[in-house]
Design a protein around this ligand. Sequence first.
Ligand code: ADP
Ligand code: MG
Length: 576
Amino acid sequence: MLKLILPYFKKNWLKILAGILCMVLVDGAQLIIPQIIKSAVDTLTTTQIDRYVLIRQCLIIAALGLAMAILRYAWRILLMGSARDVEKGIRNDLYRHVLELDMVYFDRVKTGDIMAHATSDIAHVRMAFGFGVIVLVDTLLLGGTTIGIMIWTDPKLTALAMIPMPFLILFTKYLGKKMHVLHKTAQESFSMLTEQIRESFFGIRVIKVFNFERTIERKANLASTDYFKKNLKRAFVSALLRPMLALFFNLSSLIILFYGGFLVMEQRLTPGELVAFLQYMGVLAWPIIAIGWMTNLFQRGMASLKRINELLDAKPLVQSPQSPDRPATIKGRIRFSRAQFSHDPQQPLLSDITMDIQAGTRVGITGPPGSGKTSLVQLIPRLYNLTAGNLFIDDHEISRLDPDHIREHIAFMPQESFLFSGTLEENILLGRKVEKQRLEQIIQACDLTTTINAMPDGLSTLVGERGVTLSGGQKQRVAMARTLIIDKPIIILDDPISQLDTQTAQTIIDRLKRMNPKATFIIISHRLSALAACDWIYILDKGLITGQGQHQDLIKSNKFYADSFRVQQFEESHDN
Ligand SMILES: Nc1ncnc2c1ncn2[C@@H]1O[C@H](COP(=O)(O)OP(=O)(O)O)[C@@H](O)[C@H]1O
Ligand SMILES: [Mg+2]
């Protein structure tokens, strides 16, 4: 389990060592100061007072105080810095790993859970790690030596002074646990609140048009009140800490003063020793509090580390085989043979799919919503694994191919056009290098020229979450340009023209074919006129191929196709 943080220990060992050294020096100074005070007080109580001795002692204390301040700063920077490095490293590892996981994982796991791993769990590990080193050194060294000196001064006085301490440790531990639980519920409440607010802004258009503001406001208000209450509860508990600490320490001081004063009167202890003893008690405060806190932090950190490890152990189901086929070129033949697939084992989705799509042909897929069209084409770039049957790309079985390699050869336009925050150009290129001429060609082919010319900064206009919002049809065309910018032997367009008018759709599809004459095209659409030019059309219904053929034949032979076509023709003639 510690293998996750061990590399960072190794990487930062010099810093950690230096930090510990600084801490040891601070601890040493902290132990010396009471000794100086002791001799100062004892000098004062003797008859001949030497003011130079006093000044010298004060100067030493000032110097030590200054050195301690500097060293304390140094160890905080060094140790906390190393802990931050662990945090950063784990976060990067985690992010990289999560990006490698497959669609099945993202369908199943809530984004909020992954975010929690990336934020609070990692922070817990950092605190356990950072605090762990500090507290271990401090309690062992500072606490041990202080108690040693106290016992050496007077064992009985030490024993008496220690009476409240076990209670204090138990109390801080209890309080820490309670705080942790309250902190967690408050945190959860905060996630709910942010999610609520995020969602309401995300869906602001729906809210406005349905006059949903009051309802949504009430919900947000409720969440906000909940967060407030939980925070208040936490404040009640955390406010207890300091007064209780003071109470326990004052109790110890009281005992020391009472019994110690008695010892001074009997001259078994000098006044200086008594003052020093009280000072040592103050030094002991931190290690004692830290033990209670530390055990909690450590338990919590370990639990978080375990969760992070579990996430890191999650293996994608879609994986490259040991020695994958790596065909240098892909012609683009796609063959399904009795393929089956479902998202949920209880509910079969695609059954008995057999298709043979020849390289360089144009194939259409149509069918009612929810019939499995999207699921079917997502199998080709292997976003999911088949549950039974086979899928061949050229003559390679899909499971024999490295998913990354095959995706290199497929241009896939998903049903939803998602834009990243960034410029229009960045959204089209997605980090790929392309010649200027090619970019212009694609922009023209996707009918984006006028759109881009109308933008304030042309291709450099910011789009996505902030900035100019594009219309649905414009977004769709940007997504299409992104898909087609690189020449690929297989081009899959999932409902590419749902937001375009028939005429534009027709022209774009014809242009695409002319630009990529050798590529295999798969186009999903319910707009049958757009599929008319396809070499072959499949009709999907409830996960089954219920019809196939060419446009003209299907109009004659397939009832679903013929009916849909007639309705659409009627609509289209009335559109113009
Ligand atoms: N990621 C998913 N997890 C679970 N079920 C899904 C998922 N994606 C789609 N489905 C279900 O599979 C069925 C087919 O969906 P889909 O392939 O998107 O159909 P189409 O593209 O033909 O509209 C639908 O009933 C849908 O609810
Ligand atoms: Mg779909």
